[in-house]
Design a protein around this ligand. Structure first.
Ligand code: PMT
Length: 317
């Protein structure tokens, strides 16, 4: 069942700090338009769906933001400017390499408390820390990374639309890479209790409404010249390719990256109207720390470049 998107945004409250974030996005796109850079919008992490207006409880999902943050590093490596629209507290480019560690375990107090450097990085982390710090500082100095956070589905939807509308002006130099795991269900504001739901009232029954698929307006209206990549996640691998092909046919974007929940770090299938291409890592590569995004992103760059060249030829005729 499909839900109409046209009136949907009108009943979605404008989130806190929306204008501030939107201004940053517009300034970032303008800056890179002038520089003639390619800009990719990467969405990353899961969305929450609140059950109460003054939220105590919410529905969430599994996504950690590995795909989005690892892809961001690879796009930056290949010269793209990146708008990283990510779930607050999910993984972020560069810092993600230390996410499993307690910061206080990485640092050490110098033996001599009056030393010029009273806090030092423990020797075993020095190499990796230096590599990531250098990359991060270089990227930040170049002004090619803008990170914008969201938590709720509502925030995500508003910020997604604002980002894509802003990218519209750079036409085919824009890429949209929808790696976030977005809820398909929500509770409309007028059906949500204001206060904490009371357990004394007995078992909880509530009904979730469908969120319209935003891929439709995104491709047809918001940024019709952009190179748009959606993801298809399934737990049943027998459904995966068919569903990805159906999405392509329905939304008429360029490409779907299909993945199965349990194997998403080892195998994906790039599905286009022309063919399907499987990208897989061997067990050895996985153990060596190779990440599948290192292989996914270069594939996309070639295809984006091809589309840009084709559009350029079309305008010359
Ligand atoms: O973050 P990780 O832990 O690394 O995991 C990565 C990932 C599995 C989350 C990622 O690889 C992935 O598959 N992301 C998309 C998950 C998803 O939402 O799949 P879907 O089949 O439910 O949605 C398909 C597409 O529709 C998505 O690109 C989504 O952006 C889009 N969508 C979803 C909801 C909505 N209302 N409108 C949309 O347009």
């Amino acid at each position: 069942m499909e839900v109409d998107c046209s009136n949907f945004f009108q009943q979605l409250p404008i989130p806190d700090k929306f204008n501030e974030k939107n201004d940053k996005i517009c300034a970032f796109v303008n800056q890179h338009k002038e520089a003639g850079s390619k800009v990719v919008l990467i969405t990353s992490g899961g969305t929450t769906v609140p059950l109460e207006s003054r939220t105590v409880r919410y529905i969430d999902n599994f996504s950690q933001g590995t795909r989005g943050s690892a892809s961001a590093e690879n796009f930056l490596h290949h010269g793209y400017a990146v708008i990283f629209l990510y779930r607050n507290r999910s993984l972020e480019p560069f810092s993600r390499h230390f996410s499993r560690l307690n910061l206080l375990d990485i640092l050490e107090l110098a033996d001599d408390s009056s030393a010029t450097q009273p806090i030092i990085v423990r020797r075993e982390y020095e190499g990796k820390m230096k590599t990531m710090l250098l990359k991060y500082k270089k990227v930040m100095k170049s002004g090619r990374l803008l990170s914008i956070d969201f938590t709720t589905l509502n925030e995500y939807l508003h910020l997604l639309r604002a980002s894509v509308l802003s990218l519209r002006q750079i036409r085919q130099s824009a890429m949209v890479y929808l790696a976030a795991a977005v809820s398909d269900f929500y509770i409309p504001k007028d059906q949500m209790p204001e206060h904490k739901i009371q357990s004394a009232d007995g078992p909880l029954h509530f009904s979730l409404q469908l969120v319209p698929k935003l891929l439709g307006p995104l491709v047809m209206e918001w940024a019709p010249d952009a190179y748009v990549i959606s993801f298809k996640l399934e737990t049943d691998k027998n459904l995966l390719i068919r569903k990805a092909q159906e999405a392509l046919k329905k939304y008429r974007h360029q490409l779907v990256i299909a993945n199965v929940l349990e194997t998403r770090k080892q195998t994906v299938v790039i599905v286009t109207n022309e063919n399907n291409k499987t990208i897989s890592l061997t067990n050895e590569q996985l153990l060596d720390g190779v990440e599948i995004e290192e292989h996914i992103v270069p594939e996309l760059l070639v295809r984006h470049q091809q589309m840009m060249a084709e559009k350029c030829n079309e305008t010359n005729f």
